[in-house]
Design a protein. Structure first.
Length: 256
């Protein structure tokens, strides 16, 4: 984690210097300046500085709306990034507002069956999931999966993520058998394409464990949480996830 934070600090210093140069050479309202503002916003978001991230992304958006127009892919990217930041702040109403702006542009530019559009559908689905509106979340996850698979390989990582999201909704709705069937199918694809020691493999194992926990099958839950924990302890930058899974395993022990 310290290493990653060091990388972010270095990246931020680089981007801030690049911003100074861009503003001197091109001006503060040039589309290329907006690119640097966007990059700074992403670094701020990834380091939890959400207010700073919003400030940078909104500056970039203002430039892009003025210089590139509203129906532009970069403008859509700014709307989406602002939506992501509001989601991280749990301001779901604002997140949906900006995601829908991004979605409208993506649909105009690419149509409803394109990977770019699918990514926004997925983001909207996540917001509804966090609001416990599982039916609407599933609708958007289904739209995302259909849109993505129309132009992409069904076994690539984003397609697998979308399928995990759908399985999660089945679990959250209490459809545990359906959830287990979905996780098992996804796991086979994941192991074939990315292997055992991969973050999405750990996510699937954790999802299976949570489903067994719903079914009060505590031995199986502990088994799959342990598989997830083993992966997280081997991967860099997953300390938080490992601690969370360890806590879940400790919580199960009271049932033995």
């Amino acid at each position: 984690m310290c290493y990653l934070m060091s990388l972010y600090s270095s990246a931020l210093r680089f981007y801030e210097r690049a911003l100074e140069i861009r503003e001197e050479q091109l001006g503060s309202d040039h589309p290329d300046t907006a690119i640097i503002l966007n990059n700074i916003g992403n670094v701020c978001h990834d380091t939890g500085k959400y207010d700073d991230a919003l400030k940078m992304h909104k500056r970039a958006l203002s430039i892009r709306e003025e210089k590139l127009g509203r129906d532009n892919k970069y403008t859509s990217g700014s709307y989406n990034n602002i939506g992501i930041t509001y989601t991280s702040q749990k301001d779901y109403e604002s997140a949906l507002k900006y995601y829908h702006k991004a979605m409208d542009i993506k649909e105009k530019l690419y149509g409803t069956e394109h990977p770019e559009t699918a990514m926004v559908y997925n983001n909207i689905g996540y917001v509804y999931r966090m609001q416990n509106d599982y039916d609407t979340a599933m609708d958007y996850y289904n739209k995302a999966l259909a849109a993505y698979n129309k132009k992409s390989d069904e076994d690539n990582q984003f397609s697998i993520v979308l399928n995990i999201n759908r399985a999660d909704i089945y679990r959250l709705q209490g459809c545990n058998v359906k959830a287990l069937d979905s996780y098992s199918s996804i796991l086979k694809k994941q192991l074939n394409t990315a292997g055992e020691c991969h973050v999405q493999t750990a996510v699937i194992y954790a999802g299976i464990a949570e489903t067994y926990l719903n079914l009060k099958k505590y031995d199986k839950a502990k088994e799959f949480f342990s598989l997830a924990l083993d992966i997280y302890t081997k991967l860099p930058g997953t300390t938080h996830e490992a601690e969370s899974i360890h806590s879940r395993i400790c919580g199960i022990k009271r049932y033995f």
